[in-house]
Ligand binder design. Structure first.
Ligand SMILES: [Zn+2]
Length: 149
């Protein structure tokens, strides 16, 4: 058998698809023929390089972890929004009720009334400001694609 006849066998050998007798025949030839041995070495190297480039599929565990982290983010985001909206409503409503009651009550000193009004407005402003800051941070987070693990 000539080298040209062995060439098609080499690719089969690489893919482990040769019947045992052809395999033994080729191995005998490779032991004696430097050219074919070199070709096999080159093809083996090429195959390894190709397999390294192949897309590595995520395992089930990795996928589960990914979706869990997406869910956690959604859950926390929703929780945060609901909490913020609720807190702002309660603060505003409670604050203005308190102010209303106090202003109607002539027994409370004007200075104390001013103090409470400032306190209530201050709290609302601080809370809204914190919320805005928090939302801005969340927006920036979206661009740093790294998913929490
Ligand atoms: Zn040969």
């Amino acid at each position: 058998m000539s080298c040209d006849e062995f060439k098609p066998l080499i690719t089969g050998y690489l893919d482990d698809e040769l019947p045992p007798e052809e395999r033994a025949l080729l191995e005998d030839h490779l032991a004696d023929c430097e050219a074919c041995a070199r070709e096999l070495a080159q093809l083996t190297k090429l195959k390894e390089e190709l397999s390294m480039m192949e897309f590595k599929e995520p395992t089930d565990a990795e996928l589960a972890r990914y979706w869990r982290s997406v869910y956690n983010r959604l859950e926390r985001g929703l929780g945060w929004v609901l909490f913020s909206v609720g807190a702002i409503i309660v603060l505003c409503y409670g604050g203005f009720k308190l102010i209303e009651e106090m202003i109607k009550d002539p027994g409370i000193a004007v200075l104390l009334k001013v103090g409470v009004v400032a306190l209530v407005f201050g709290t609302v402003v601080l809370f809204v400001s914190l919320l805005r800051e928090r939302l801005a941070v969340r927006k920036v987070d979206k661009y740093s694609k790294e998913v929490e693990r």
